[in-house]
Design a protein around this ligand. Structure first.
Ligand code: GBH
Length: 463
């Protein structure tokens, strides 16, 4: 697929925020600077075999040190906004107690530098770097972590909320819970389905408690606050219209989407999911009032979109039940081209997803992440001719445009990612940046896709 030269996207011309996104542990480095304590990712990276090539975020993109020049780079892309995350173990070392002024000072400077360049900061409170001390005390499966998060959120919001008006609480609680506590492929590397479901509830509760406290703090000072949460979502479809495949798609949707959104928007967990959990030996640790807290009003839903899936309700041998005596859920590839992550490229799924979210949940939406890893080649002249990434971005922006034209209230798009960075369990091999990072020299080079994105933003705005 060829993207062609940049051109205006008329459907995205008005009331639309253009941005780039990163997260703290993936880019900052300086993990021991200014009183930061270890997070679960610092620990996990030291577990043999946990991360490709035994890599870690100790150095990453050295953003902590290079922040001013990185903000210049963002300004050069001509975007409206920059989405970054705040490192809990910098701001509140160990996850408890008063704010660490030296840790906060970095984000103070970042925010001021962005504002001075006319770039709107979009802060995410939690992008997976739980203070290790809190994991030692039980982590997200423990209810106390939700209260600790709310406290951290409030103290951070009080410190930065005079200048930062766009906030999201959690990035992708599904990943924190399922990859971290069930599959064990993300920090903290635990493998227990029950723990993961308890983590889901406490993540959502932490979100709700944080929202309450941030809103109250905003009201005290009559501050403007746009508050949201970021979920990783896709469009799930049945592989055929057989009852088994329809049931499989519905089950996948229950655990991937409705578990979060039904609670956040409607204040209830999905009945079909609640009914099957006991068969897997799990009950959600819900107390009176929790769901009302979780369903605190949201200004915005952040949607991270990478791919979509088709589901079948039979295994390769045609069987319809698996070891728990529960219906099978099997992914069936579309047979479309894939990225370097092996994720299928399905832009149409983004249109369908946004329209479905509009219909069923009705929140204003922003694409808080979308992008792709490819095996980039550096040309002899030093440029990075990543036509595949440009085509990926173009295809997905067209999908957003179609959704918007059909009535989805989508208010912005953030490319993931500004830089090549620490791609979690994959280490530095997988490059998602629209800007290349040479990890030997820390040199940044805008890739062809970055130049294309810059031109697209400019042309779309009519500049
Ligand atoms: C995001 O998570 C993260 O927020 C970000 O930090 C990260 O760098 C970025 O994406 C890129 O990975 O079933 O094999 O087709 C992504 C969460 C969840 C997206 C699983 C892809 C389907 C994989 N991912 N999902 S597959």
């Amino acid at each position: 697929t060829e993207a062609g030269p940049a051109r205006a996207i008329p459907e995205l011309a008005e009331n639309f925020t253009w941005g780039v996104a990163t997260s703290a542990y993936q880019i900052e480095g300086a993990t021991e600077a200014d009183g930061r304590t270890p997070s679960i990712w610092d620990t996990f990276c030291r577990v043999p075999g946990a991360v490709a090539n035994a890599e870690n975020g100790d150095t990453a993109c050295e953003h902590y040190r290079r922040m001013p020049e990185d903000v210049e780079l963002i300004a050069g892309l001509g975007v409206d906004a920059y989405r970054f995350s705040l490192a809990w173990p910098r701001i509140q070392p160990g996850g408890r107690g008063p704010a660490n002024a030296r840790g906060l000072a970095f984000y103070d400077r970042l925010v001021d530098t962005l504002l001075a360049r006319g770039i709107t900061p979009w802060a995410t409170l939690y992008h997976w770097d739980l203070p290790q001390e809190l994991e030692d005390a039980g982590g997200w499966p423990a209810r106390d972590t939700a209260y600790r998060f709310a406290e951290y959120a409030e103290l951070t919001y009080r410190a930065l909320g005079d200048r930062v008006t766009h906030w999201t609480t959690l990035n992708e609680p599904w990943c924190s819970a399922m990859l971290g506590y069930h599959e064990g492929v993300h920090a903290p590397g635990r493998r227990d389905f029950g723990d993961a479901l308890h983590a889901v509830h406490h993540l959502l509760l932490g979100h709700g408690l944080a929202a309450e406290r941030m809103r109250a703090a905003a009201a005290e000072d009559a501050r403007q606050l746009s508050l949201g949460i970021v979920l990783n979502l896709g469009h799930g479809s049945p592989a055929s219209d057989s009852p088994a495949d329809l049931a499989a798609a519905r089950r996948a949707d229950g655990l991937g989407t409705r578990l979060y959104l039904d609670a956040l928007v409607h204040g209830r967990y999905p009945a079909d999911l609640l009914a099957e959990l006991p068969r897997r030996g799990v009950t959600l640790p819900v107390r009176d009032g929790d769901l009302a807290t979780i369903a605190a009003p949201l200004d915005l839903l952040g949607v991270n979109y990478y791919t979509s899936h088709r589901f079948a309700g039979t295994d390769e041998h045609g069987a319809e039940t698996d070891e728990h005596g529960l219906p099978v859920v099997r992914m069936v590839p579309f047979g479309r081209p894939r990225t370097a992550m092996d994720w299928e490229i399905v832009p149409s799924g983004l249109t369908e997803l946004l329209l479905r979210l509009q219909r069923e949940y009705g929140l204003p939406m922003v694409i808080t992440e979308n992008g792709a890893a490819f095996d980039d080649r550096v040309a002899p002249d030093g440029t990075v001719p990543d036509a595949d990434r440009t085509a990926y971005l173009a295809g997905h922006l067209a999908a957003v445009a179609r959704a918007r034209a059909a009535g989805a209230d989508v208010r912005g798009y953030f490319a993931w990612s500004l830089f090549d960075n620490f791609e979690w369990a994959y280490g530095y091999d997988k490059r998602f940046g629209i800007v290349r990072v040479d990890y030997d020299t820390q040199r940044r080079t805008v890739k062809d896709s970055g130049a294309w994105y810059r031109d697209t933003v400019r042309l779309t705005r009519g500049e």
